[in-house]
Write a protein that binds this ligand. Sequence first.
Ligand code: PBE
Length: 298
Amino acid sequence: MIKNKWKKLSIIAVAIVSLTIVGCSNSKTGDQDSGGTLGKQLGYKITGIDAGAGVVQAAEKAVKDYGLDYTVQTSSGAAMTQALADAIENKEPIIVTGWSPHWKFAKYDLKYLEDPKGSFGEAEHINTIVRLGLDKDMPNAYKILDNFYWTSDDMEAVMSKVNEGADVEEVARQWIDDHQDKVSKWTEGAEKVNGEAIKLAYVAWDTEIASTNVIGLVLEDMGYKVTLTQVEAGPMWAAVASGDADAIVAAWLPGTHKKYMEDYKGQVEDLGPNLEGAKIGLVVPAYMEINSIEDLIE
Ligand code: PBE
């Protein structure tokens, strides 16, 4: 598959800045009694990801809803998981903007902070969104994208291997080979094409790296010439609305991407969920003594 990456440098730059900030933190334990209040130990910081992510916007809403003194520091998904790994290694406190499915829950002992005010919404699903007219222009790809549906376990299996360092395209290929029963349902009724170009856009979130690579390879196996373009969240939605991208499999609804969905109402076609039972929220290591966002109020 052809892969484009835009703005990679700026993502790395942000990651380095954020790692430096984490590295300078002088709190040594998750114990709230040492080093002052928890807020002080954390530098009143929630470790976020990219600014366009819905979970970052929801975290900013939570700060307002609960009247917290915290700021949501933006970086990238990769910088967030690195900061989480570093904090856990040193048994330091950390609060991250988290989501599931995600490999971090299998790798570490983590918990979501309870959210009695509902700033992060309820259960989420991930939808497939295509550009208007795709049904007529590429009926076979449309059918495959419409049929695409898998489980959190499926996605986590792909994500975990990628996190362990395997090449995502190889992991996706292996998953497809091992799950022919599922994949054959996605391609049911679709005919092979002869090198038609199709463009998928996605954001470098672990979940979307996994799903986009899997469906991209399935489309490639059906004869499409597939281009995967990595962008930020806003441009991803803009691309499918303008027709620059043919599809995205990364629409977190009804809450996380509500604003994007409203902005592009009537300009995109929603093919419904490709995964159900997703969730976003504030996530902390299980060794931290807090359980609710309310525990951050000082
Ligand atoms: N996420 C993963 C995205 C959607 C997919 C939860 C980080 C977001 O917050 O927009």
